[in-house]
Design a protein around this ligand. Structure first.
Ligand code: ARG
Length: 308
């Protein structure tokens, strides 16, 4: 804007000078030489002025870039405490998050650690119940949440989500030897466990209307109840069922295609943080780090949308 306006002014001056020079050109040879010199002077001055403006613009651009970098360095990411990202998670959702020897571990934890290191902040995890995780984030208890959280329109109304970082379906799990072999067997006698406030709980109560649905605070509670024979089946995210199958605690009765995508949550309007997280995530996927982390926690190939 600035450059354009100034350039126009200089150009206008040059035209006016040319006009003035042309008007006085009937006076003979000397006058003509003077005129040529005058035109050359104006033209060269105009050139200098344009160069100066260009230099100024370059400087301004350089300064803007430097200050953007500084903002990122100084952690101007809308964090409650500069340089530290407090991350809420219901750390009872293996293999995404669980506590081993007092420390959080899992796919989400490795991914979030990597994101934090790339945006240059320390990360502190806070174990929190899933059913209050969104209100807690919105009220400022955390800077971000990672908890195998399905991106939904309803949740998106109160918080902001990163780009998706994982794709998952739901699944029905039963104990070994159960006569429930799929969702079609869920009758009025069936006691079905779900985790409270999850997409699985919503899906089950809307779809398996005959079954008696029991809500548990965590996925661990739901599987413990099934092991104790208190419930007949568990309906929850497929990768969590996969983990229980692998540990010998459950059988996969049926996968239900719900096509869910997990996202990292931030406080509504914290564009700086969500932009930084998305940037890091993109890099992590592109340079193959995502595939490495995926390989630590899951079998098989990285889904195409997260492959580098
Ligand atoms: N993906 C499901 C949902 O968003 C379940 C998430 C539960 N996560 C957890 N860490 N408990 O509702």
């Amino acid at each position: 804007m600035k450059i354009t306006r100034f350039t126009w002014l200089v150009a206008l001056m040059a035209v006016l000078a040319l006009g003035a020079a042309a008007c006085g050109s009937d006076d003979g040879g000397d006058a003509a030489t003077d005129d040529t010199e005058a035109i050359e002077d104006v033209a060269s001055e105009a050139g200098d002025a344009v160069d100066e403006v260009a230099d100024g613009a370059e400087d301004a651009l350089g300064e803007a870039e430097a200050s953007a970098e500084e903002a990122a360095d100084s952690g101007d990411l809308g964090l409650a405490a500069e340089g530290q990202m407090v991350v809420g998670s219901d750390i009872a959702f293996e293999p995404f998050e669980s506590i081993v020897d007092g420390e959080p571990v899992g796919f989400d934890i490795d991914l979030m650690d990597e994101i934090a290191s790339r945006i240059g902040v320390e990360v502190e995890y806070q174990n929190t119940p899933f059913d209050t995780i969104f209100t807690q984030l919105a009220s400022g208890a955390f800077d971000a949440i990672i908890s195998a959280i399905t991106i939904t329109d309803e949740r998106d109304e109160t918080i902001d989500f990163s780009e998706p970082y994982f794709a998952a379906n739901q699944a029905l799990a039963t104990p070994e030897g159960s006569d429930i072999t799929g969702v079609a067997d869920l009758g009025s006698e069936t006691v079905l466990a779900v985790q409270a406030a999850t997409t699985g709980a919503d899906y089950a109560s809307e779809t398996f209307t005959d079954a008696q649905i029991q809500e548990f605070p965590t996925s661990i509670d739901a599987f413990t109840a099934m092991a104790a024979g208190q419930v007949d089946a568990v309906f929850i995210d497929l990768p969590v069922v996969g983990e229980q199958v692998e540990q010998g605690n459950a059988v996969l009765a049926e996968e239900v295609d719900t096509g869910e995508l997990y996202g990292i949550g931030v406080q509504e309007g914290n564009t700086a943080l969500v932009t930084a997280i998305n940037g890091a995530l993109e890099e992590i996927i592109a340079d193959g780090t995502y595939a490495e982390i995926y390989g630590e926690w899951f079998e098989g190939d990285v889904p195409e949308q997260f492959a580098s």
